[in-house]
Design a protein around this ligand. Structure first.
Ligand SMILES: Nc1ncnc2c1ncn2[C@@H]1O[C@H](COP(=O)(O)OP(=O)(O)OP(=O)(O)O)[C@@H](O)[C@H]1O
Ligand SMILES: [Mg+2]
Length: 356
């Protein structure tokens, strides 16, 4: 969490993606989490471009409409950011107390961050201790730095819609939280979580339920749409439609299949490269499973291709796996259809102020 204000209060998860805003509200019961609200509202592609808010007015308007549609009364939200303005690094430091680290993190962080230290908000999470090369114990710390202008961009947008951002998280960690409440965590298991959105994909590899590697790559669903648009000379809207439809009218099916396959190869290649990099640097021989989420996780042929490339079972993550859902309040079929897009919002919805 990049900053927080006061004690735990109910809040909802708000995922402002570049292609759609997602809201998730949960209620915690004795039996587990119960889904109160879930809604998705698309944004026109020019409103947020590669994570930069280009038209705050229209984003706020869309957000307000979504809140009204979903009858969301809560004002407190958890939001998240991702992409180039966030740096996540695992660093090793001499063992110290959390208070001491709090004091010194800014100075410790300076050498790891490619931005001016005064331009970022810093957060950290102590992962544990291990033996350093010199035989001395060292502390493993997850360092998170986010550019203040990016934080301001999103927090002021949320404030303009009348909401209070109590928690600011990072997409990759929100997905990790979603996984944590929906799946059994196994000791020593290595799980790669890949959230493929419209403009960015977030990779978070967990080892024994702890983040061991994260990377954001600026490729996602937009790459398909843009390539279809160019190669098949379609408008952006028609290209997006062609991407989502099995046999779109007036589109050469072979040409479309060729583009889809070429971009699938590129996307699967990016994921495979990151996983290979992790395996080499972490001296990790095996990955146990790969779960995809985000809207573009459902891209035709991607799951299969990635499975082949990795020689592993690749599945879609289900953010509603262990969430109680009232069948009278939700259309279950429709919900499952858009479930992959709920991953970040779900992870945010379980955040409480100061909980980490
Ligand atoms: N069934 C589907 N098949 C292929 N692509 C899909 C499908 N459903 C949604 N998408 C794509 O998923 C993307 C939207 O997913 P998501 O809502 O996770 O992205 P986002 O959070 O808005 O983007 P980002 O996180 O990159 O800013 C779009 O590119 C959309 O075209
Ligand atoms: Mg997203």
């Amino acid at each position: 969490m990049l900053f927080s204000f006061s004690k735990a209060r109910p809040l909802f998860g708000l995922d402002i993606g570049s292609s759609a805003i997602k809201v998730v509200q949960l209620r915690e019961t004795k039996k587990g989490y119960f889904l109160e609200k879930f809604g998705v509202k698309p944004l026109a592609p020019e409103m947020i471009v590669d994570g930069t808010v280009m038209d705050a007015g229209r984003v706020v308007e869309t957000l307000k409409e979504l809140l009204a549609e979903q009858k969301i009364k809560l004002k407190d939200v958890a939001i998240s950011i991702s992409g180039h303005s966030v740096i996540v690094k695992k660093i090793n430091l001499p063992v110290m107390t959390e208070d001491e680290l709090e004091e010194s993190i800014k100075w410790e962080a300076e050498q790891y961050i490619p931005f001016d230290i005064n331009d970022v908000n810093i957060d950290f999470h102590i992962l544990g201790t291990s033996e350093g090369q010199d035989g001395q114990p060292q502390m493993n710390v997850l360092l998170v730095a986010a550019k203040k202008d990016k934080l301001n961009e999103y927090t002021s947008l949320v404030a303009e819609a009348g909401l209070t951002p109590l928690v600011v998280d990072v997409d990759a960690f929100a997905v990790e939280n979603m996984y944590g409440i929906n799946y059994d965590l196994q000791e020593n298991e290595v799980v790669a979580l890949v959230n493929i959105g419209a403009s960015v994909m977030n990779i978070n590899i967990l080892k024994s339920s702890m983040s061991a590697f994260t990377r954001d790559i600026s490729v996602g669903g937009n790459r398909y749409t843009e390539t279809i648009q160019k190669e098949l000379s379609l408008s952006y809207q028609d290209a997006e439609q062609a991407k989502l439809t099995e046999n779109p009218e007036g589109v050469n099916p072979e040409a479309l299949a060729a583009v889809m396959s070429a971009v699938n190869i590129e996307v699967a290649g990016e994921i495979t490269r990151s996983i290979d990099y992790f395996k080499t640097t972490a001296m990790q021989e095996n990955i146990d499973k790969v779960l995809l989420c985000g809207g573009a996780a459902k891209t035709r042929g991607l799951l299969t291709l990635l499975g082949e490339r990795l020689g592993l079972a690749v599945d879609l993550a289900n953010p509603f796996n262990r969430i109680e859902i009232d069948k009278k309040s939700f259309n279950i079929e429709q919900l499952q259809e858009i479930a992959p897009q709920a991953a970040v919002g779900m992870g945010l919805a379980i955040r409480r102020m100061g909980d980490r």
